[in-house]
Ligand binder design. Structure first.
Ligand SMILES: *Cc1c(COP(=O)(O)O)cnc(C)c1O
Length: 401
């Protein structure tokens, strides 16, 4: 099927030929009126659900007043948004606002490099993990630990080194006097939802501290309550120097953020870094209302963290009962699973069949599926997805009584 934009829009996404025209909460509606349950939420962005009225109203009210004035001026809501982000970060710190995840990563890389030049003059190298994903711009792509995906765009930026994920010995052998920072997704998202082990993160924190290496945690996908805590690093009991946020921060409105401990953040002075649009009045209104809505949220009587943890655990237990699905993993409502070799469909075919059946999920290659539903997702929605997977796989099931 050809789509109407193919002649004049660059071909960068392998798309599923469905056009959604409206959304509400967990539900999406296509042009024919068919209803879908959304277990992808715009790749983990629309975490409060589609058309959240609090965020919509805040954006609309701001739209009527003022959309943009540039960063030469103070912007309403920005202080309160930054205050709330620092409260969620749980360390004294400062925020830089960008427009996207990749742009937040770029900001974090620049901040780390300048901090290094001042504190550790021989250190240029930024170490990242194999299998990681940090974005599509040159710095972020060079940091991404999937070098094969950058070969068509060579040369990538110098000054990056990659270590196998969850490998303590490799990290110990790599972090040295020439290392300025180690950047990590604490749960690798784009490559299939792979959590770091507690043991690994304990060593990461210890080595970074001992060797004066900044620890950057890329929380663009894992952040803003996705895993049942404001940021996923908080499951591990560590204190990163810098984190990046984006995806769910504006409930679908584009905004990114670099959050750093004050001592690191103060490395930037006027002229070092900037953005024409970053942290605009509209973006700040969207993000502030998103954080307020999460705070105010009581789902089935539970606060957001309890709700996300309970529904995530329920989803994992139900997925684990399905034949052909194995290695169910993740935290909160960031869930991955592997299809067994004898499964009747591969991951992409399962995704397409589920779309046909009215459930939107993500497939990663032929082997993995990923779920990133809005965090308002309830057990009944999980039941509907599980039901649809059984029907498509024609899998025998034991739990029907
Ligand atoms: C999505 C993602 C990015 C890139 O974000 P964009 O907004 O697409 O630029 C970077 N890091 C992680 C961990 C991501 O999941």
């Amino acid at each position: 099927m050809t789509l109407p934009d193919e002649q004049h829009v660059m071909n960068t996404f392998a798309r599923i030929p469905v056009e959604f025209v409206r959304g509400k909460g967990m539900e999406l509606y296509d042009a024919s009126g068919k209803t879908y349950l959304d277990f992808l939420s715009g790749i983990g962005t629309v975490s409060l659900g589609h058309s959240n009225s609090l965020v919509n109203d805040a954006v609309y009210q701001q739209l009527k007043k003022l959309t943009h004035v540039s960063n030469f001026f103070y912007v309403e809501y920005r202080a309160e948004l930054a205050d709330r982000l620092i409260e969620l970060f749980e360390e004294e710190g400062k925020v830089f606002f960008a427009n996207s995840g990749a742009e937040a990563v770029e900001g974090a890389l620049k901040l780390a490099r300048k901090w290094g030049h001042e504190r550790k003059p021989d250190a240029d190298t930024i170490v990242t993990a194999l299998g990681s994903f940090h974005g599509r711009t040159y710095g972020a792509m060079s940091a991404t630990g999937q070098p094969e995906r950058a070969t068509d765009f060579a040369p990538v930026l110098p000054g990056f080194e990659y270590v196998p994920f969850n490998d303590i010995e490799a990290l110990d052998a790599t972090l040295g006097d020439d290392t300025v920072a180690f950047m990590l997704e604490i749960i690798q998202g784009e490559s299939g939802v792979w959590p770091a082990s507690q043991e690994y993160i304990d060593v990461v924190a210890k080595l970074c501290k001992e060797r004066n290496v900044l620890l950057i945690i890329d929380e663009i996908q894992t952040g803003i309550h996705r895993t049942g805590k404001p940021f996923a690093f908080q499951h591990y009991g560590i204190t990163p120097d810098i984190i990046t946020s984006a995806k769910a921060l504006g409930n679908g409105y584009p905004i990114g953020a670099v959050i750093a401990r004050t001592e690191v953040a103060d490395t930037f002075v006027p002229g070092d870094h900037g953005s024409t649009f970053g942290g605009s009045p509209l973006a700040c209104a969207a993000a502030l209302s998103t954080l307020i809505a999460f705070d105010a949220m009581a789902l089935d009587g539970a606060i957001i963290s309890e709700h996300v943890e309970a529904v995530g655990a329920y989803a994992q237990s139900k997925l684990a009962e399905i034949p052909y699905l194995t290695d169910i993993r993740g935290k909160g409502l960031m869930i991955g699973a592997t299809l067994t070799d004898d499964a009747p469909l591969n991951a992409a075919q399962l995704r397409d069949a589920l779309c046909e059946a009215g459930c939107i999920i993500n497939a990663i290659g032929d082997k993995y599926i990923r779920l990133l539903p809005p965090l308002i997702c309830k057990n009944v929605h999980i039941d509907a997805l599980i039901e649809a997977i059984y029907a498509i796989m024609k899998a025998p099931r034991e739990d029907i009584s």
